[in-house]
Unconditional design. Structure first.
Lengths: 382, 356
């Protein structure tokens, strides 16, 4: 649908020509128009004869004659969805573990035997060591299938019993490290059983939500807590949001997002903005119009349109251009953090009280349900 | 006809009176939070079990029959062996048609002769692709169009033969202007067609085998098998080529085609272990590619020797016999630019002039 006809529809809506009871939303109507069933030849011919609105082939802003009906005014804001991608693979589901172990044991029964003399020369210490370890494993060449020999009469007994931890990844890692026998060289302060490797960190134990070392297998997103605004009834969940701020002048979304991130949370972050397009948006309509930032103005006559007013006009008639806004639209830019941390001390923005790194599940609990519905689809599940 | 239309319209109006705010079509397709919450409480599926069998039996204590079950107890106590003809299933060796009473089991059945076990793990690179790379790729390649946008129609790429000549009738269409090659079309990237790595071909041309005997072939085969976890396919020269010393019918090269789990493990080793250890390596030359999203690069024998499988057992391979490799990464991208972007995200650097 062309913007112009959309404007006409708005007028019709405002004047009450279209009944709200037969309401079909805009996106549905478009897809219905695309999938309209085939009609008879006669009606098709008449449809061909009527002049269709020309398709839009490039972005064209509404001209000054677009619509006389007062449109709600929104503040345009840029938001930043700053995330830390998962650092380790997730814990496998118990079914996954059991399935993989079963498949590995089936494989052991079907593949050609391990060519041990290619890897261990007969009579060398390495060969003797290999042989003793193999015997301890019940004769299996591979180290990740537990005590199982595929070449005996009881090889059919390849399923692990209830409570057996043979296939668990932690068990396999533990065995490999014990097999190597050099854990002390690599273990710092951690557990020598896992050579100091950890899947849960101190921040996990303390549930330190400001730390980036927490929940290593999940994507963590940066949320900030805004201060309470005087004179508005706000719930606790209203405060937690992605960092965002109003766009100033002619800057683009990405530029604005970068400025907002650094000015509100300090420059001690190495970030990378993914793409130049927003990944989601959130529209908030205020219950009553609020005074917003001064309208965008320009002195160039060529650039003047509805959105950017002429400075001269505003100066002549200040009461004609009240700076009241009906709501705000936030467009979210996707970004990744490589290093660093936000700091509240370096913040130039006085509105921010606190920040947290939260996974998707935790965000759901922290933010307002309306905000969550708009925001959830741009967050990664893992 | 008209009456039914009227009644339909009436019914629709009545429905919209009852639920005025939501579009009917949306109601069918979209699930709201309320409907999600109410659905499971309404009725339970009788066939679904309440508890998971994986969580363990409720009374799985130390003395319970679940814990103490010994699968070997009964077979060991048996005095005589079971009759193999009755208790051992053997899949028929040949498929004798759909009407034969003895049908082989499907290949996914472990009893089938065609059964291939696997997969054995979920590779880290695969998980990274699904969690990080694919969403980022879509964000980077997103192109916005206003609602109602219709892309301008392009003419057909294959042109008809226009003219009075009788030979033009039923003649196959002409190729595009400027060449007979029909390039792949690049469609806008959506969540359905994010490029991914489809398969990897590892190829090795064994030059030493031309003059030095078959030993080179055997060593190259073992090395390739060790690093790819697959048997190699050998290839014979198809023609005589005196300048290169190639004799028709002699084995000169070998390839391995990798897919799925093995492919991801191979790429993981390559990107995380082998490539970072190459001295003075700039990256893959950016001019590589066949214009349809398949990129190739080479590794010299010294780099191949740094694959962990070969490095741990380096002495087993005769000196100077480890082969160099050509690695072709086939992606589902339809142009080289997208494929390069994907591989850069995966961790393969590119250098030099870019040609698109």
């Amino acid at each position: 649908m062309a913007p112009r006809s959309r404007g006409a529809k708005r007028i019709a809506d405002a004047l009450g020509f279209s009944t709200p009871k037969n309401h079909v939303c805009l996106s549905c109507r478009q897809s219905l128009a695309l999938t309209r069933p085939q009609r008879g030849y006669a009606s098709a011919a008449t449809a061909k004869a009527t002049v269709e609105a020309p398709p839009i082939t490039q972005l064209s802003p509404d001209g000054p004659e677009a619509s006389p009906v007062p449109q709600p005014i929104f503040t345009i804001k840029a938001g930043v969805v700053l995330s830390r991608p998962p650092l380790i693979t997730p814990d496998p589901h118990p079914f996954e573990t059991a399935y993989y172990l079963y498949q590995r044991r089936l494989n052991e029964r079907l593949v050609l035997p391990f060519t041990q003399y290619f890897y261990y020369k007969r009579g060398t210490p390495a060969f003797e060591q290999w042989r003793t370890k193999r015997q301890a494993r019940g004769g299996a060449a591979t180290r990740d299938i537990g005590k199982y020999n595929a070449y005996t009469d009881e090889a059919w007994n390849d399923e692990v019993l209830e409570g057996d931890e043979t296939g668990a990844p932690s068990k396999i890692v533990e065995q490999l490290i014990a097999d190597e026998g050099r854990a002390e060289e690599f273990t710092g302060t951690g557990d020598p059983k896992f050579a100091g490797l950890k899947r849960r960190t101190e921040a996990d134990e303390k549930n330190d939500q400001r730390s980036l070392e927490r929940s290593l297998s999940r994507t963590l997103y940066l949320l900030v807590k805004n201060k309470k605004v005087a004179g508005q009834s706000q719930d606790e969940s209203d405060f937690w949001k992605f960092p965002s701020g109003t766009i100033i002048g002619h800057e683009g979304l990405k530029q604005a997002a970068q400025r907002i991130l650094f000015s509100s949370l300090g420059e001690n972050m190495n970030t990378f903005f993914v793409g130049n397009h927003p990944v989601g948006h959130y529209v908030a309509r205020f219950a009553s119009p609020r005074p917003g930032p001064p309208p965008q103005m320009t002195t160039e006559t060529s650039k003047a349109s509805d959105s950017a007013l002429l400075k001269q006009e505003v100066a002549q008639q200040p009461d004609q251009h009240p700076s009241l806004v009906n709501g705000e639209k936030t467009f979210f830019m996707k970004a990744r953090i490589m290093a660093g941390q936000p700091s509240l001390a370096a913040s130039q923005d006085q509105d921010i009280e606190d920040f947290r790194w939260l996974s998707k599940d935790e965000i759901e609990k922290a933010v307002h349900p309306d905000y969550w519905v708009k925001v959830k689809n741009m967050l990664a599940t893992q | 006809m008209a009456e039914s239309h009227l009644s339909l319209r009436l019914a629709r109006t009545w429905r919209s009176f009852v639920k005025p705010s939501i579009c009917n079509r949306c109601l069918q397709t979209r699930r709201t939070l309320a409907s999600q919450a109410s659905a499971p409480q309404g009725q339970r599926d009788a066939e679904l079990e309440e508890a998971s069998s994986l969580g363990g039996a409720p009374d799985a204590g130390s003395g319970s029959p679940v814990r103490d079950f010994d699968p070997l107890k009964v077979p060991r106590s048996r005095k005589r062996q079971l009759v193999p003809s009755r208790y051992q299933f053997r899949s028929p060796k040949y498929y004798r048609g759909p009407l034969h009473p003895h049908q082989p089991p499907p290949p996914s059945d472990p009893a089938s002769r065609e059964f291939v076990p696997g997969p054995f793990s979920t590779p880290r690179l695969e998980q990274t692709y699904h969690n990080i790379i694919a969403p980022d790729f879509m964000t980077m390649c997103y192109q916005h169009t206003p609602p109602g946008f219709r892309a301008p129609q392009k003419g057909a790429r294959l042109r008809p033969w226009i003219g009075d000549s009788p030979y033009f009738r039923n003649r196959p269409l002409r190729g595009p202007r400027g060449g007979d090659v029909l390039r792949l079309l690049r469609k806008p990237i959506t969540f359905r067609n994010i490029p991914m790595i489809e398969r990897v071909t590892v190829h090795s041309f064994v030059k030493g085998a031309l003059s030095g005997g078959s030993g080179y072939i055997h060593v190259a085969g073992m090395a390739l098998q060790a690093i790819t976890n697959h048997r190699v396919m050998t290839h014979e020269a198809r023609t005589n080529e005196a300048n290169w010393g190639i004799i028709k019918g002699k084995t000169v090269s070998m390839t391995v085609d990798l897919k799925g789990e093995d492919m991801y493990h191979f790429l993981g080793k390559l990107i995380n272990v082998v490539l970072p250890r190459i001295k003075d390596w700039n990256g893959v030359r950016a001019t590589t590619g066949d214009n349809s999203g398949n990129l190739t690069f080479g590794l010299d024998p010294e780099s191949v020797a740094t694959f962990p499988e070969i490095e741990t057992n380096y002495d087993a391979y005769p000196g100077k016999m480890i082969p160099g490799l050509h690695i072709t990464i086939h992606t589902t991208a339809t142009c080289d630019k997208d494929a390069r972007l994907l591989l850069q995200q995966v961790g393969i650097p590119f250098y030099g002039k870019v040609v698109d």
